[in-house]
Design a protein around this ligand. Structure first.
Ligand SMILES: C[S@@+](CC[C@H](N)C(=O)[O-])C[C@H]1O[C@@H](n2cnc3c(N)ncnc32)[C@H](O)[C@@H]1O
Ligand code: SF4
Length: 360
């Protein structure tokens, strides 16, 4: 199977190089000529633009970075990169600040309780989850975790406190590859952890797999192992250049992988393989309207990729209220500019057709 993948990949590489490049260039041209909201604004009758503004004044999810501590050193992670430069601070969001922050938030569909760091290392995580549940503001509370910092008992308490979904990050179950990309991973322990959690909490566990240069050729082996765990959704995310571009895939490689997904899905019947975000969307990214990110020190940023408040922030929700910050004039100005042309901050974002990784 692995050889098949490698040879079809090479064939696809040749075939796609021309067509994807033309398609991508056309999309960039169209994207530049038609900034989404402005076009919608132009097409709508006059009264409807203010209706659009009202609609925009809601958010669908919010992501809160509750800690910046971590037990691993993944090579593509911005935390590992900045830590190596002596440019990283480990911090936990205090329970008091978390409570203030949640109190100032509007109701949303989803609360994501993680940022850059391992969320289960927060010493009062169960208290934070309980507070969020009691606020009745969120339909779902989810976490993404490396699965290795805490015992299974701790995860049990997390689910009892009200976590609705846990996504476990697994890029490889091969010890050598895992040590390259998720350094510190004990693969045997991770497999045991996966088995226990998947059998005890079916339907509440998902897998996030970051697909990059390091694991694209062995992805089918990873899926074969995950398939043994029973029904599971696998969210396949593209490796993003967060300061270490070596793992980035070209657009052709990502397109090739999407083409392979139906074959892999027929082979691994327990898995729902989602590669929805592997290729950039031709539509304007809507995260800066609907999906705020809040850093461990309370700064609000436009999305879960722009996590460094020093690069961009709309203000601090620990000193000003959320509504004022997210819908305030600074944020609005930034969005207006964003509609006209994607800013430098978005460079390299794999979701963005005009700002794809330099390797692509
Ligand atoms: C920053 S981690 C925080 C949560 C937790 N520590 C974990 O690893 O699951 C959130 C997600 O970002 C992913 N990630 C890290 N570096 C990445 C990169 N360069 N490109 C894309 N995703 C990345 C991780 O694999 C994980 O699924
Ligand atoms: S486990 Fe998560 S936060 Fe920690 S280094 Fe890896 S990706 Fe970054």
């Amino acid at each position: 199977m692995q050889d098949d993948l490698v040879s079809t990949m090479d064939r696809w590489d040749q075939r796609l190089k021309g067509t994807i490049r033309i398609g991508a260039n056309a999309a960039i041209a169209v994207g530049r000529a038609i900034p989404g909201r402005r076009l919608v604004g132009r097409l709508l009758p006059p009264g409807w633009t203010s209706a659009l503004k009202v609609f925009e004044r809601r958010i669908s999810s919010v992501q809160i970075e509750i800690t910046t501590y971590c037990n691993l050193k993944c090579s593509g992670c911005i935390r590992t990169i900045k830590d190596a430069e002596g440019n990283w601070q480990n911090r936990h969001l205090s329970v008091e600040d978390f409570s203030r922050l949640v109190t100032s938030l509007p109701r949303t569909d989803r609360l994501h309780l993680y940022g850059i760091g391992e969320p289960t290392m927060h010493p009062k995580l169960i208290e934070l989850v309980s507070f969020a549940v009691a606020s009745k503001k969120f339909k779902k509370i989810s976490l993404t975790s490396n699965g290795l910092a805490r015992s299974v008992d701790f995860y049990r308490s997390m689910f009892s406190a009200g976590v609705s979904m846990l996504s476990l990050s697994v890029d490889s179950l091969d010890a050598q590859i895992a040590s390259q990309v998720r350094a510190g991973t004990d693969v045997i322990r991770l497999v045991d952890r996966l088995k226990e959690l998947c059998s005890e909490f079916p339907g509440k566990i998902e897998i996030t797999t970051v697909l990059g240069r390091h694991n694209i050729r062995t992805a089918s082996e990873l899926f074969a192992e995950l398939d043994r765990l029973g029904p599971l959704r696998i969210n396949i995310q593209p490796y993003d250049d967060l300061g270490n571009p070596g793992g980035c895939l070209s657009v052709e490689e990502r397109a090739w992988f999407i083409h392979e997904i139906p074959t892999l899905a027929r082979r691994f019947r327990n898995l729902v393989l989602s590669g929805d975000h592997l290729l950039p969307s031709l539509e304007r990214c809507t995260a800066p309207w609907f999906a705020p990110y809040i850093s461990v020190d309370g700064y609000v940023t436009p999305c879960g990729r722009l996590t460094d408040p020093k690069v961009i922030n709309f203000g601090n929700v620990l000193s000003s209220d959320f509504h004022h910050t997210w819908f305030g004039s600074d944020a609005e100005k930034w969005r207006e500019q964003f509609v006209r042309e994607s800013p430098n901050e978005c460079a390299g974002c794999p979701m963005h057709i005009s700002r794809i990784c330099p390797r692509a």
